[in-house]
Design a binder for this molecule. Structure first.
Ligand code: URA
Length: 424
């Protein structure tokens, strides 16, 4: 067997066997299979797809490319949550402590920003002192004692994904259902939790641009979860406008804190309550209505926020030192009308350009910069109303580029739903 034969086979739309996929992944890790050969195979997969069986073999080969975390010494139900990536998506910062405040154990490894989408680890690093790397012992102890720890992915967890992702990012091979499903599920299975909840974002700011492909991705991932006897649930949610108001690291942490105190933006609160009450009702065997009531109680009494404080403190961070930039300017509406579109992808790119994300691997994040929307889709704005506040550091942005992300029309349009469906 040679890698060239495998590439040819996929080029000719034939399914790959388990042996061929194992050969590719082990050869890639050892260096025998070269980056240009992997890139060629990735493109053949993007164009010709993979069936369910091949996608499972790929997930399994990636899973076995490195270590797996054994959480069995931690008591209780271990829950993991993942998002396929969006703009303003601060859900993990809110959901993880909220779930832990119910006694669930959240042992979470998160990623950094990718393309125009933000990453939880970059957001947490905006908290002065916060350590995203813990030793195995520190991680286990914190999950057992505090109930929640959020760290960056440990060095040898699914190294095949690190390699593949870096190549996909620069070869136009990110948007493929089998590649996304195997990337996410190999990491989730390797992280060792019992219950996996995945937020599949749909829309212009997401990887999946339409509902049909989001559904197919969700079904592929739940099917993979089933093979490992892991409860896997996907929620399909709208990412055509940014989630909440804040985009950018420290600004999003601020919004997450408000949300944990029960005072977050309407869409953020709706999503958090939906996901948390689904998981609580499922794991505690109570109705979703009862779980919803309990979630509101945890938020409104400050218990959920306290969990965030405990987690941040345990990881060396100090929320009182969180800072946002004071170089601020306002973008105002040139006309009156209804906001019918806010381009999440466009704003994600602008946030990245002003330093909230990276344009090259070497770039340093400016944690205090970002964008804060003053209105959401559906709102009426008058001439000169503030549409957005921009928090800058040393980079500038053109006002017209920001205005291009807003569509204002004479008549209102029906707002799209935030939550489409749950695939269980
Ligand atoms: N998130 C991941 O972890 N992998 C992908 O391929 C896409 C989103």
């Amino acid at each position: 067997m040679t890698i060239i034969e495998i590439i040819e086979k996929k080029k000719n739309k034939q399914p790959l066997t388990k042996e061929e996929i194992d050969f590719w992944i082990t050869g890639m890790i050892s260096g025998e299979v070269k980056d240009y050969q992997v890139s060629s195979l990735l493109m053949a997969i993007v164009l010709n797809g993979m069936n369910q069986e091949e996608t499972f073999y790929l997930t399994d080969a990636m899973l076995h490319s490195g270590e797996q975390v054994d959480l069995s010494e931690i008591s209780g139900i271990k829950v993991d949550k993942h998002s396929t990536g969006g703009v303003g998506d601060k859900v993990t910062l809110i959901l993880a402590p909220l779930l832990a405040s119910f006694g669930l154990k959240v042992a979470k490894m998160s990623g950094r920003g990718l393309g125009h989408t933000g990453g939880t680890i970059d957001k947490l690093e905006s908290i002065p002192g916060y350590r995203v790397e813990l030793t195995r012992e520190e991680f286990m102890k914190q999950v057992q004692d505090v109930g929640v720890a959020v760290i960056s992915q440990s060095g040898n967890l699914v190294p095949a994904d690190k390699k593949l992702y870096a190549l996909r990012d620069v070869t136009g091979t990110v948007d493929s259902i089998p590649l996304i499903a195997s990337s996410i599920m190999s990491k989730k299975i390797a992280s060792g939790s019992d219950y996996i909840f995945i937020d599949v974002k749909v829309g212009n700011g997401a990887l999946m641009k339409d509902l049909e492909s989001a559904r197919a991705l969700a079904r592929t991932m739940t099917e993979i979860g089933k093979r490992y006897q892991k409860k896997t649930v996907c929620i399909l949610t709208n990412m055509s406008e940014p989630l909440g108001y804040a985009i950018g690291n420290a600004l999003e942490v601020e919004e997450a804190i408000q949300s944990l105190k029960g005072m977050g933006p309407e869409d953020v609160m709706e999503l958090i309550i939906k996901i948390a009450s689904f998981i609580i009702s499922d794991t505690e065997n109570i109705s979703e209505e009862e779980a919803t009531q309990q979630c509101f109680k945890k938020l409104n009494t400050g218990v959920a926020y306290q969990k965030l404080e405990e987690m941040v403190h345990a990881q060396g961070g100090d929320l009182t030192k969180l800072e946002v930039s004071n170089r601020i300017f306002s973008v105002r509406s040139p006309k009156a009308g209804y906001l019918t579109k806010i381009n999440a992808l466009g704003l994600g790119e602008i946030a990245r350009q002003i330093g909230a994300g990276r344009l090259t691997k070497e770039d340093k994040i400016h944690y205090q910069v970002g964008l804060v929307l003053r209105h959401k889709v559906g709102d009426f704005v008058a001439v000169n109303d503030e549409l957005m506040r921009v928090y800058l550091d040393d980079k500038d942005v053109k006002v017209n580029d920001i205005l291009d992300c807003f569509t204002i029309t004479e008549h209102p349009v029906e707002k799209e739903p935030l939550i489409y469906e749950i695939i269980d």
